[in-house]
Write a protein that binds this ligand. Sequence first.
Ligand code: PSV
Ligand code: MN
Length: 424
Amino acid sequence: MLIEKFKIEELNNELLSDHRRKLNAVAPLVRNVEDVLQKLIDFQIAIPSWALGAGGTRFGRFSIGGEPRNLEDKIEDVGLLHALNRSSGAISLHIPWDIPGNINSIRALAAQYGLRFDAVNSNTFQDQPDQQHSYKFGSLQHVDKAVRQQAIDHNIEVIRHGIELGSESLTVWLSDGSCFPGQLNFRKAFQNTLEGLHEIYKALPENWKMFVEYKAYEPNFYSMSVGDWGQSYLYASKLGPKAYTLVDLGHHLPNANIEQIVSLLLMEGKLGGFHFNDSKYGDDDLTVGSINPYQLFLIFNELVEGMDAKGMTHATDLGWMIDASHNVKDPLEDLLQSVEAIKIAYAQALLIDANELADARNNNDVVRCQEILQDAYRTDVRPLVAEARLRAGGVLRPLQVTRQLKIREQLIKQRGLKTVATGL
Ligand code: PSV
Ligand code: MN
């Protein structure tokens, strides 16, 4: 579904005076407002191809209607998000959920919407109908070499698809681990996994990165073979300079200090990418910023500070992606909310004066440290985010427009009520 340029202008015009009033209130408070706006314009967050349909739990799944029926529909949905917010300019594919059929037409379609292909993701956590060996007891960690080889071959196949699409990174998330004590020799599982990752690493093109994603638990509940950032860091370090740790916000044990993890990984040059979501208990895959927006801001504070310390480019030197599921919300609306929450946290982090904070720290002025952070966090930066969107050609209020234009109703008309998208 394409939204005409004139329509966007028309919708914005109605809201312009209200927007200007709000922007004029906040802009003078910001030191480097033009710089902040440019950084916001540049910052793009990839949308995963598996997050465009209704999600579910093991207890059930409730369709929302008009869900994408194929990869083309998914690209169209991300194109729509990007037209509205100008911040979702990339799509990340999960193989084999979304194997591109005709590569040229898929690439052309994405280009038409101004989208690029972000990291490709492999899947050795489910058995596919035509698969020879089962991953029931793991993939790269498996005691049987044939299973390990199958998982290696699959990852290399995913890289091949990625090359065709123009992706430049592979994300490997392994569900490998054990459910019961005694089931696994931890050392052997680690060594097998490392060996397999090495084989995959060797197949990476020169300019590619490999992201090793960790997760504390689920589907294995006693141990995970890439269970935390320490293990991921160990693999990434042993693999070489193209391997990095990927942080998925929902993959930690309760109360983990994710901002500290981020800071240290950045310091070591081993932070590769992000999967944004939010959670109350675990890997809840909730809308970014819906539960703990302050934590998100603190994470962005470390990201901005850590990237600046290394002279990195915020928009392009790390992989930014949403990884969420939508059980009760319309996925398109949910994703718009997530992107907005990320941009707000990023904008707030950009407000912090690093020198002022350093000074307060050096004087052990704990109170001032907190004030500096919370001043930024409590600044209403939404008009800045909206202004960046406006300048980039998007709409001032994406959510409102989605409803005004009756997007879901139109998709249901176009695709039908009972469509099911591939994914979990
Ligand atoms: C695993 O929970 C994960 O976060 C990985 O990134 C997978 O690729 C994705 O979710 C699958 O939904
Ligand atoms: Mn993830």
